[in-house]
Design a protein around this ligand. Sequence first.
Ligand code: GTP
Ligand code: MG
Length: 236
Amino acid sequence: MVAPMENELQKTFLDTTDIPDIQTYFVNQAFEFQELMMMYSCAIREMRTKLEVLNDELSIHHKRNPIEFITSRVKKPLSIVEKLHRYGVPVSVESVEQNLNDVAGVRVICSFIDDIYTVADMLLRQDDITLIKKKDYIEHPKDNGYRSLHLIVEIPVFFSNQKKNIRVEVQIRTIAMDFWASVDHQLKYKQDIDDLENADELSEELRNCADIIAQTDRRMQAIKDKIYSGNVIPQT
Ligand code: GTP
Ligand code: MG
């Protein structure tokens, strides 16, 4: 029986036959690639555990959970190959490690803006985590209205005969920002396929929604600050 990863690789191989050197690469490097993907998925597990530990501890101390939920994914082989080609770099295991920051992706959804920074600070204070890059799209939103805090970090994972520092992209945002990003993503995806007639109008409308959402996030934060001021802990 063929393992699921091999199926995925075969699909990638078939989908990219028009790109030179990919065929040979996947035939020769399939095992190394599979091993690399396993390592990224282990790094995700380590990162999720760290976040869950923080959430559990904070929920005991403050009687509320700063993290609503966590999602994660390992980038699909086809997307990896496409991105390497877009960057004009070689398609190899070493090249993936050197050039891509988002093969392992973890998304952390918080209720309130201050929770985002609390979680990020606590994570970055841990002495086994190395910050590679931080992008604060909350402080400096993108032109389209996108807001989130992005951290590219390296996290050590221990395997049978080596310790490997593995890169993980952590996106931290509020529920409202996440709602917006998912609709924005759908618009981009649709635009590619259908070439929507009123795309400009929709982008403008989405931008307006981003501003309203940001304002609502700030108002919700102010309400939360009032609820929790003076250490008044709500009844559960
Ligand atoms: P890539 O966009 O991943 O090639 O890298 P980059 O260096 O531009 O990083 P950036 O931090 O801008 O974006 C990384 C990821 O954040 C993306 O892959 C998306 O998941 C998310 N992201 C960034 N901008 C947007 C946006 O405008 N809308 C949505 N929905 N997601 C975004
Ligand atoms: Mg980008």
